[in-house]
Design a protein around this ligand. Structure first.
Ligand code: FAD
Length: 392
């Protein structure tokens, strides 16, 4: 098998493999035939949330509250099979489960969990995660969105940029600066809020003209004197620790997901070059093409090993944020290189939506940027190695 040259999937449990087969069958039969059209239109169909919920994919690695409670490895495998179709579809599931649901599960009150998680697990309610702002991306500690106490309520003002599922969401996890006296300095006053999107003062505006991640909704959120009760705040967590803990979860899913995108590019490249003839022979019979196919196979399988190892560490409860940065950097870079190389093997045909390679390639430009850019992850590894953070 081209995609599993080192038989990494033999290392999975029977349960993980069963989940792989279910998600793969569903993704290939129900999503793959339509995704080019969604990408072309820059949209997603209604009803995706309940469909993913029915499959048990939403918050699948969380325990209780209607979540499936699978291993982290199984969640990774599911991300891989979804992203083999499109990074936007995996993003939909990542944002729901690893960002919005995880935030409530990890930092929420019992009431917040009871109110939102069961409905989010079924896909009846969708969530988004608002951290980034137009002037605060890689440096979220410089965010300007503020929450101030007014009587017993919090009043939020500001805006959030590039928010996946922003216009689809029923609930937004919003991170804002506060004057919390218990907070300390250096972004320590940042707190998280669970904001129903029908709250007066909330609006979401779809970002148009994207050239990447088009089968995904991205939005700007505006918070204009938005008033929520004190009970909307996460009670304990202060500072960037809150949002970064969620990002770490989502990055882990990306480590696996991009293996799927890269695998799909390799498979398409092999199939195309085996069929198409130039100079009287299949393209795949030329040495230069075989070099490309061999290097792509090595890259896909190395990435697969990295994903599997991080899954094992996460299931053992020992994975560190720097290790997740390693995986996010290494695997996204590998997948992007594979997608670009695969595209060359399809020649002119490779630039159209009739094939998957350029769609994956364009998507992976976003995947390299969100959840911490490539540079941020290299700096995280550098800080871990040297004890000397060089972010600023
Ligand atoms: P910048 O921070 O301005 O960075 C620009 C470039 O400068 C990058 O290459 C960066 O690595 C580099 N750079 C910055 N600082 C340094 C430094 N110290 N040293 C060296 N290089 C540096 N955010 C959310 O909160 N929720 C979401 O759901 C979400 N979804 C997204 C969906 C899409 C399609 C996209 C494109 C983004 C999404 N994001 C989301 C935002 C994403 O996380 C940010 O785009 C990302 O963190 C980078 O921030 P920025 O775009 O402001 O780039």
């Amino acid at each position: 098998m081209t995609h599993d040259y080192l038989q990494v999937d033999d290392l999975l449990t029977d349960e993980d493999r069963a989940i792989r087969d279910t998600v793969r069958d569903y993704a290939q039969s129900e999503l793959a035939p339509h995704v080019a059209e969604w990408y072309d239109e820059g949209t997603l169909p209604d009803g995706l949330g309940p469909m993913f919920g029915k499959l048990g994919l939403l918050g699948m690695h969380l325990d209780g509250y209607g979540c499936a409670g699978t291993s982290a490895t199984a969640y990774g495998v599911a991300c891989r099979e979804l992203e083999a179709v499109d990074s936007g579809l995996r993003s939909f599931v990542s944002v729901q489960g690893s960002l919005a649901m995880y935030a409530i599960h990890r930092w929420g009150t019992e009431e917040q969990k009871e109110e939102w998680l069961p409905r989010m697990a079924t896909g009846e309610a969708l969530g988004c995660f608002g951290l980034t702002e137009s002037d605060a991306g890689s440096d979220p500690g410089s965010m300007k969105t503020r929450a101030r106490l007014d009587g017993g309520d919090w009043v939020l003002n500001g805006s959030k940029m590039w928010i996946t599922n922003g216009t689809l969401a029923d609930v937004a996890i919003v991170w804002a600066q506060t004057d919390d006296p218990s907070a300390g300095s250096g972004g320590g006053g940042i707190r998280g809020f669970v904001v129903p999107t029908d709250t007066p003062g909330f609006s979401a505006h779809k970002i148009q003209r994207k050239l990447s991640l088009r089968a995904s909704v991205t939005a700007e959120l505006v918070l204009d004197d938005l008033r929520v009760p004190a009970s909307a705040a996460f009670p304990e967590v202060r500072g960037l620790k809150g949002p970064l803990s969620c990002l770490n979860e989502a990055r882990y899913g990306i480590v696996w997901g991009v293996v799927g995108a890269a695998r799909a590019c390799l498979e398409e490249s092999l199939a195309y070059t085996s069929e198409r003839e130039q100079f009287g022979k299949p393209l795949s019979s030329f040495q230069l093409t075989q070099r490309k196919l061999a290097l792509m196979t090595v890259a896909v399988n190395n990435a697969s090993l990295v994903a599997w190892r991080l899954g094992a560490l996460k299931d053992a409860g020992t994975v560190t944020p720097a290790q997740v940065s390693y995986g996010k950097y290494a695997n996204v870079r590998a997948a992007l290189d594979v997608a670009r190389e695969a595209r060359t093997t399809l020649g002119g045909a490779g630039i159209t939506l009739d094939h998957t390679v350029m769609r994956h390639m364009n998507n992976l430009e976003t995947v390299m940027t969100y959840e911490g850019t490539e540079e941020m992850h290299l700096l995280s590894i550098g800080a871990d190695l040297t004890g000397s953070p060089a972010f600023r």
